[in-house]
Design a protein around this ligand. Structure first.
Ligand SMILES: Cc1cc2nc3c(=O)[nH]c(=O)nc-3n(C[C@H](O)[C@H](O)[C@H](O)COP(=O)(O)OP(=O)(O)OC[C@H]3O[C@@H](n4cnc5c(N)ncnc54)[C@H](O)[C@@H]3O)c2cc1C
Length: 315
C-alpha cells in the first residue's frame, strides 16, 4: 500500500465484507480483509464430508435491486454463479433462485478476487486497535461486532448502541447426510422449501443441485424447531432430521451425519439504515444483513454502502 493510501480493514469475508472490499476497490481504495474462518462466504457456507459436498448455510439467493443484479451478472459471466431454479413449487413461480458455482461460497470468493484487497484467512480479530486502521468495516453478526467494538473501547454512540442491543437472531440447525445412494423422490432441481412447517425449513439434494457428485443431503430445521432443540445432543438432532427427511424422500441409508448450529441464522427484525457509522480514525462502519434488508442481497448492499461511507470519510 502506498503511504498516501488510508489503511482500511474489513472484518469478515462473508458477502457483506466481500462486497465492501469490492466496492472500496471500485472507488480506488485498497483494503485488508480479516476472516476468522478458513475460507470466504460466512453464512454462505459449504463443507465436505468424505466425497460428499454440502451447501449448509444459505441455499440460494435472489436479486431484486439493480446494484446486486449487476454484480451477479458479471459473476455469472465468469462462471461463479448461476440460476439454480425458477421456483421450488410445482408449477414454478418463474422467479430466479441463484446458487454459487461450485458452491455457495463462490460469490464472496469472486468479489474478493476482483477487489484490490489483501485477504487474511483464519485470522479472527479480537481487538480493533490491533488493526492499525484509519477506517474499519465490521461485518460479523451484530452481537459479535458490538462485543468487538466494546472490547476495543470503540463502542458506538448511545443511540446506535440501544438499537444494536435490540437486534435478535433466529437460529437454524443444519443436519448433513452423506447417503449411500442418490434419493429418487426429490424434485429434479433437488430443493424442497418449507414455508410454514413446524419441523423443517429446507431439504437440498446437493447432487441434484450440482454441488456434489456423491449423494449429499442438507436438512435445515425450522427456526422454531432449531430454537426448541438447540441444546439437544447431536444424535437426537440427527434422529429428528432423519425422521422428517424420510417422511419427505422415503427410506434412505446414510453413511453418517454432521450437525451444524447457526446461532445467528438471520435477524428477527432488520434495522432500517444501510449501515451504522461512527468514530474518527478509526472511522467505523458496521454492516451486514441485519441492516438494509435481510438475506444475501441485503448483506451485499449493506457492505457496499459501508464502503461508500468510508470513501466519503476520506474525501
Ligand atoms: C441456515 C441459513 C440459511 C439461509 N438461507 C438463505 C437463503 O436461502 N437466501 C438468502 O438470501 N439468505 C439466506 N441466509 C442468510 C444469508 O446467509 C445471510 O444474510 C448472509 O450470508 C449474511 O452475510 P454477512 O456477510 O452479513 O454475514 P456472515 O456471512 O455471517 O459474514 C460474517 C463473517 O465474519 C466472520 N467473523 C466473525 N467474527 C469475526 C472476527 N472476530 N474476526 C474476523 N472475522 C470474523 C465470520 O466468520 C463470517 O465469515 C441463510 C442463512 C443461514 C444461516
Amino acid at each position: 500500500m502506498t503511504s498516501s493510501s488510508p489503511e482500511i480493514a474489513v472484518v469478515g469475508a462473508g458477502i457483506a465484507g466481500a462486497s465492501a472490499a469490492y466496492r472500496l476497490s471500485e472507488l480506488g481504495f485498497k483494503s485488508r480483509v480479516y476472516e476468522a474462518g478458513g475460507r470466504p462466504g460466512g453464512r454462505m457456507a459449504a463443507t465436505v464430508i468424505n466425497e460428499a459436498i454440502f451447501d449448509h448455510g444459505a441455499q440460494f439467493f435472489t436479486t431484486r435491486g439493480h446494484k446486486f443484479r449487476s454484480a451477479v451478472d458479471t459473476a455469472a459471466a465468469d462462471g461463479a454463479v448461476k440460476v439454480w431454479t425458477h421456483g421450488f413449487d410445482e408449477p414454478p413461480d418463474g422467479y430466479e433462485r441463484w446458487r454459487g458455482v461450485p458452491d455457495m461460497t463462490a460469490l464472496a470468493s469472486w468479489l474478493l478476487s476482483k477487489a484490490d484487497a489483501m485477504v487474511h484467512f483464519a485470522q479472527p480479530v479480537d481487538h480493533l486497535k490491533n488493526l492499525n486502521a484509519s477506517a474499519i468495516v465490521l461485518t460479523p453478526p451484530i452481537p459479535l461486532s458490538l462485543a468487538l467494538a466494546q472490547r476495543s473501547n470503540l463502542e458506538p454512540p448511545e443511540k446506535l448502541l440501544n438499537e444494536l442491543r435490540n437486534v435478535e437472531y433466529k437460529r437454524t440447525i443444519a443436519v448433513l447426510f452423506p447417503l449411500e445412494e442418490h434419493p429418487e423422490s426429490l424434485p429434479s432441481h433437488g430443493g424442497i422449501q418449507f414455508l410454514d412447517d413446524p419441523a423443517l425449513a429446507f431439504i437440498t439434494d446437493n447432487a441434484a443441485k450440482g454441488v456434489s457428485d456423491a449423494p449429499a443431503v442438507t436438512v435445515h430445521l425450522s427456526n422454531d424447531a432449531s430454537l426448541a432443540l438447540w441444546n439437544e445432543p447431536d444424535h437426537q438432532l440427527t434422529e429428528f432430521a432423519s425422521k422428517h427427511l424420510e417422511a419427505n424422500i422415503g427410506a434412505f441409508v446414510s453413511l453418517g451425519s454432521v450437525v451444524k448450529r447457526w446461532r445467528y441464522a438471520g435477524p428477527v427484525q432488520v434495522l432500517e439504515e444501510s449501515a451504522f457509522v461512527w468514530g474518527n480514525r478509526p472511522f467505523i462502519a458496521m454492516a451486514g444483513e441485519a441492516f438494509n434488508g435481510p438475506k444475501v442481497e441485503g448483506a451485499f448492499d449493506s457492505g457496499r454502502y459501508a464502503a461508500e461511507k468510508i470513501a466519503e470519510f476520506f474525501s
